[in-house]
Design a protein around this ligand. Structure first.
Ligand code: HEM
Length: 160
């Protein structure tokens, strides 16, 4: 039975149920695996984000000049809240969705002009830092991070 249509394609009741299940699973993975891992990483938040900016700028050296003007202590706090919004979005929170839309717009060509191609390095760097700073990190934990961050990152990229 066809119950709805998405971009002209008909979607069956089974597919709708499967999507809802996948969304619930992503929420569980975020709450049970990624949030506890982020809490462990943030036990020394400044160390986590200092490594983050060091490794990101190693991959994308032109960002050094961009971050040179920024108060990095304040930025660490802001990016921490940015990560929280990415996790909240994967968990289906409406407030996180609104915040991520705002961030997507603030980073867009009308704002900070952060090229969407840079988001891949951003995510790779977060995961490298998790490997370095979460003593319980495993390949499974890193895969969970990558799956949980992806939908919010896609939303931000789509708003460029
Ligand atoms: C490589 C990709 C990115 C670069 C180069 C970048 C760069 C910047 C810069 C230059 C600022 C302004 C800082 C200031 O002048 O005070 C900023 C603000 C901010 N960024 Fe990013 N950003 C990137 C990706 C992200 C991502 C994926 C998130 C997570 C959601 C994020 C979260 C934030 C937040 C929360 C702020 C504070 C400003 C606001 O609330 O609009 N950024 N970013």
């Amino acid at each position: 039975m066809t119950v709805s249509s998405f971009e002209g394609e008909s979607v069956s009741a089974q597919e709708v149920a499967l999507t809802a299940r996948m969304e619930r699973l992503l929420c569980l993975v975020s709450q049970a695996v990624v949030r506890p891992s982020f809490d462990r990483c943030c036990e020394d938040m400044n160390q986590f984000f200092d490594s983050f900016y060091f490794l990101l700028c190693e991959k994308e050296p032109h960002l050094v000049a961009l971050f040179a003007q920024v108060d990095m202590k304040r930025q660490n706090q802001l990016v921490r809240s940015g990560v929280e919004h990415l996790l909240g979005y994967a968990e289906g929170t409406l407030e996180a969705k609104a915040e991520l839309r705002r961030l997507g717009e603030s980073h867009s060509r009308q704002g900070l002009q952060i090229d969407p191609k840079l988001y891949e390095s951003w995510v790779d760097t977060i995961i490298e830092c998790v490997r370095e700073h979460d003593p319980q990190s495993t390949e499974m934990v890193e895969t969970a991070w990558s799956e949980v961050l992806a939908p919010g990152i896609e939303l931000m990229k789509s708003l460029y």
